[in-house]
Design a protein around this ligand. Structure first.
Ligand code: HBI
Ligand code: FE
Length: 290
């Protein structure tokens, strides 16, 4: 995230937060939230980690439509000490990590328009709040997100943000969970997307590979389309254990001499849940040659 170009918008506070101004949302914006929420709430059972559904109740507030952060935060703080703060858009990495390290999740306050219903560049309030907040109500995942923030502050000192951004991307945004019933989704980028909630589990195109921190930190990711590789964790406890204790400095040093891996790479040393055909990505590249 080349964030040196980001300039703090004048209306934002020093920590880049802005008021949510919940009273300013229009009926159409509330209706958009309800439409997106209902569509995902119908699609996700059986496909999403149960911990996400448990957390979803924290979003079922007294009023329909876009959650009022004042009411949402009272419940979220009760559950795990987390709160959601509104920001104008992407914030600089160092500040992002600082918010996470203090159990503050930054969220956009705008919601997508009907034309953007299935794809938009920047994370809107539906991605940030529906996608990320339910798992912030889960104590283990809440600890992971704080540990990630602290790890990010350290990565800034070590010049290793790109490595750590991959960990965020392949877990918090696009992670899969292994369960006795089969693979389940938990990444916010997937659970907030109707089409990727289906693609990530059902489509033969992408790789699904067992989580391996060192291997993951070498793997590039794409931001413009469905992922070509998903990493599968065994449990949130396992993910937390691998993150909260270890200082990643030795790992970053070890990785210095290694090449990055392309998004579609499969290594013989990988724990392969599914070796993807990459048919989707190939067809898409044929339609949109770069
Ligand atoms: N800013 N508002 C916002 N939301 C994010 O998810 C976000 C960000 N800044 C940086 C960032 N994510 C990622 O690059 C982190 O992995 C560093
Ligand atoms: Fe996100």
């Amino acid at each position: 995230m080349a964030d040196s170009t980001l300039a703090k918008p004048p209306e934002a506070a020093d920590d880049w937060t802005i008021p949510q101004d919940w009273a300013r949302y229009s009926d159409g914006e509330h209706a958009m939230w309800d439409q997106l929420f209902e569509r995902q709430a119908r699609l996700l059972p059986g496909r999403v980690a149960p911990a996400f559904l448990d957390g979803l109740d924290v979003l079922r507030l007294s009023k329909p439509g876009i959650p009022d952060f004042a009411e949402l935060n009272a419940r979220l703080m009760d559950a795990t000490g987390w709160q959601v703060v509104a920001v104008p858009g992407l914030v600089p990495d160092a500040l992002f990590f600082d918010h996470l390290a203090h159990r503050r999740f930054v969220a956009g306050r705008f919601i997508r328009t009907p034309e953007q219903i299935d794809y938009l560049e920047e994370p809107d309030i539906f991605h940030d709040v529906f996608g990320h907040v339910p798992l912030l109500a889960n104590p283990v995942f809440a600890d992971y997100m704080e540990a990630y923030g602290r790890g990010g502050q350290r990565a800034v000192e070590l010049g290793a943000i790109d490595r750590l951004a991959r960990l965020y991307w392949y877990t918090v945004e696009f992670g899969l969970l292994r369960a006795p019933e089969g693979l389940q989704i938990y990444g916010a980028g997937i659970v907030s997307s109707f089409s990727e909630s289906i693609f990530a589990l059902d489509d033969p195109s992408p790789n699904r590979i067992g989580f391996d921190l060192k291997r993951l930190m070498r793997t590039r990711y794409r931001i413009d389309d469905f992922q070509q590789t998903y990493f599968v964790i065994d449990s949130f406890e396992d993910l937390l254990r691998q993150t909260i204790e270890s200082d990643f400095a030795p790992l970053y040093r070890e990785l210095e001499g290694t090449d990055d891996l392309d998004v579609a790479t499969v290594l013989e040393s990988d724990r392969i849940d599914h070796r993807g055909t990459q048919d989707y990505a190939r067809a898409r590249a044929a339609r949109h040659p770069i």
